[in-house]
Write a protein that binds this ligand. Structure first.
Ligand code: OAD
Length: 252
């Protein structure tokens, strides 16, 4: 690792944004790379409210498959490293916001309340009638031609939908994220292509207010010129080295 990478200051808040690249080494497909999720699944059909209204079965088949695949993968060293950073510095100083809908940050050791899933969570479903959000590992559409899932409260009986933010919907936690971006002294982006807004704008916002910016990615992302420091390579290898250096330095 280059020796020049920045070290956060004690008691100085940092915002960390993760994207699909951090889970790639765990075996979860990214979206836009060759063979990525959007190559074989039209976004309009499976990731928009209109797509769900037109063909809920197709959308449930897509998310059922992703939910079942999630059960077969494990967190990688990058997830573990971020969890260790949060546990050592405290979640207030390491604000972790992810675009990912998997639960690998939590399974890697981050506390559930210390991870903001701005694009929702694969393991949660939401009732379209009563709004109840439920975390469940139950198969949602075990028979692709079977009945579509309905509310766990049988008295309600409303149709369920994945607790996922689709294109055209407002991501979760935007006020909290804006407040953290306005005060952070360091911003770190890991494994994200920097093309999907609003998340793609966080780097510019943090840099504009004076934060030191650091990126870890397999390839330089769209907004790479905004990073003060950039580390190219697989996050599972590069990120733990930086976290080790940070923890050793701060322990001195
Ligand atoms: P993308 O698929 O757009 O980008 C993944 C990024 O991770 C790319 O820049 C890769 O170079 C990088 N990458 C791949 N493997 C890596 C590794 N091992 N280590 C480090 N980097 C690696 O995924 P996102 O930027 O997360 O939104 O996509 C953002 C949003 O677009 C997603 O949350 C999703 C999607 O449409 C919704 O569904 C609302």
């Amino acid at each position: 690792m280059p020796p020049t990478l920045p070290i956060p200051l004690h008691n100085s808040p940092m915002v960390i944004l993760t994207g699909a690249g951090i889970s790639a080494e765990s075996g979860i497909k990214t979206f836009r790379e060759a063979g990525g999720l959007w190559e074989n699944h039209p976004i309009e059909a499976v990731a928009t409210p209109q797509g769900f209204a037109n063909n809920p079965r197709l959308v449930w088949q897509f998310y059922h498959a992703r939910r079942e695949q999630l059960k077969t993968v494990s967190p990688n060293p990058a997830h573990h490293a971020l969890a260790q950073l949060q546990q050592t510095l405290g979640p207030d100083d390491v604000f972790l916001v992810t675009q990912n809908v998997d639960d690998l940050h939590q399974r890697g050791g981050s506390a559930p309340q210390a991870v903001l899933h701005m694009h929702g969570e694969l393991r949660k479903v939401r009732c379209r009638r009563c709004g109840t959000v439920t975390e469940t590992d139950a198969p949602m559409l075990p028979d692709p031609e079977g009945p579509l899932p309905t509310c766990f409260d049988t008295a309600c009986g409303g149709a369920l939908r994945p607790h996922i933010v689709w294109f055209g919907e407002v991501p979760f936690g935007m006020d909290d994220i804006a407040a953290k971006l306005a005060t952070c002294s360091m911003f770190v982006a890991i494994g994200t292509s920097g093309v999907v807004y609003p998340a793609a704008g966080f780097l510019a916002a943090a840099k504009h207010q004076g934060a030191t910016t650091l990126g870890f990615n397999l390839e330089p992302p769209e907004n790479a010129e905004l990073f003060d420091y950039f580390v190219q390579g697989p996050a599972g290898q590069t990120l733990p080295d930086w976290v080790d250096t940070v923890l050793e330095t701060l322990a001195c």
